[in-house]
Ligand binder design. Structure first.
Ligand SMILES: Cc1ncc(COP(=O)(O)O)c(C=O)c1O
Length: 316
């Protein structure tokens, strides 16, 4: 016990020291701004205090936590804490909403369950949560039939036209596709939804606000055109708003969020709709409070609820 406590304290001190070093370096480079502390050090400390992994961003460039026996032990331990982690996230969402003068009911939390087993998702479901997100078609079509039908599934990954049919038929309770980033995929979704005779599918247009080449999403300057296409040219889709993923290393997150908010203003003007009718999906484990303060209505949170993602170990 003593050794364990000693080890984790040393880890915390070393990590804080490392964070401070980075912080001073950024300050010296003039890259620091007041929200930096909230975005990096505070969430990090909170994670340490809650004994949870600090956020790792892995959507485009995967941070691979390989699944070996010790990771499986971590998984087993996570089984006990996912529901508690969810409660802590909902509490933080509530506080961020209050800080920005909004009710927490205006913010949807999508629990991103990518790579996580059905048993762990069930635990979060049993804790009362109903909205889950997945990135891969193969994975969502395997998991969804094993879980209750009243789950609202959000597809948040890069979607290829040849997987649309599989997604729509495999997940009848698909509530939203957050990652529509070109006309071709919008048309394909529109066609299949029409042929299935299901209610219109809610979609968000994904915008690449960080300019990273690896990221999916339309350029900010093209989002009005795509939003118009979905809204006016795809009767089986319901245009609900815009989605973005901030910069991989969080360095330009506020700018990315501001860009998305500007895109919303332009889209609303072009479509003649109120801003309340255009959702903003932005904010993940490491930046969701900032995102809410900047107007997000939909946060997508994975590792803070479920623990670090696990990938099968590569065969050598
Ligand atoms: C589009 C998208 N949103 C949100 C998440 C969740 O990220 P985090 O674990 O940082 O909460 C992921 C993770 O892969 C993702 O790809």
């Amino acid at each position: 016990m003593k050794i364990l406590l000693g080890k984790s304290s040393i880890n915390i001190v070393v990590s804080i020291f490392y964070k401070r070093l980075r912080f001073h370096r950024r300050q010296a480079l003039g890259l620091w701004n007041p929200t930096e502390l909230e975005r990096t050090v505070f969430p990090f400390l909170r994670c340490q205090m809650n004994n949870l992994e600090p956020a790792k961003r892995d959507n485009d460039k995967e941070v691979v936590v390989e699944k070996d026996e010790s990771n499986m032990a971590t998984s087993a331990a996570m089984d006990g804490v996912a529901a508690a982690a969810l409660r802590s996230v909902l509490h933080r969402v509530n506080q961020a909403a209050e800080c920005s003068g909004r009710g927490s009911q205006t913010i949807r939390v999508v629990a991103v369950s990518k790579t996580k087993p059905v048993s762990l998702i069930s635990q979060v479901y049993d804790a009362g949560h109903r909205c889950f997100g997945e990135n891969y078609v193969q994975e969502i079509v395997e998991k969804a039939p094993q879980l209750p039908e009243d789950i609202e599934w959000h597809f948040i990954g890069n979607l290829q036209s040849n997987k649309v049919k599989m997604l729509l038929t495999g997940v009848p309770n698909l509530a939203m596709v957050e990652s529509v980033d070109d006309e071709k995929i919008a048309n394909q979704l529109n066609r299949f939804v029409g042929s299935m005779g299901r209610k219109p599918l809610k979609v968000l247009v994904q915008v690449n606000t960080s300019g990273e080449e690896s990221k999916s999403g339309v350029e900010p300057s093209e989002c009005v055109e795509l939003a118009k296409h979905v809204s006016l040219g795809c009767p089986n889709l319901e245009f609900c708003g815009l989605m973005t993923i901030g910069m991989l290393d969080y360095t330009s997150t506020p700018e990315n969020f501001k860009t998305l908010a500007n895109c919303r203003s332009e889209v609303c003007k072009a479509l003649g709709i109120a801003e309340e009718q255009c959702e903003l999906s932005m904010g993940m484990s490491g930046d969701f409070e900032l995102a809410i303060e900047m107007g997000s209505t939909n946060v997508r949170i994975g590792s803070t609820i479920f623990g670090p993602r696990e990938y099968p170990k590569k065969q050598s």
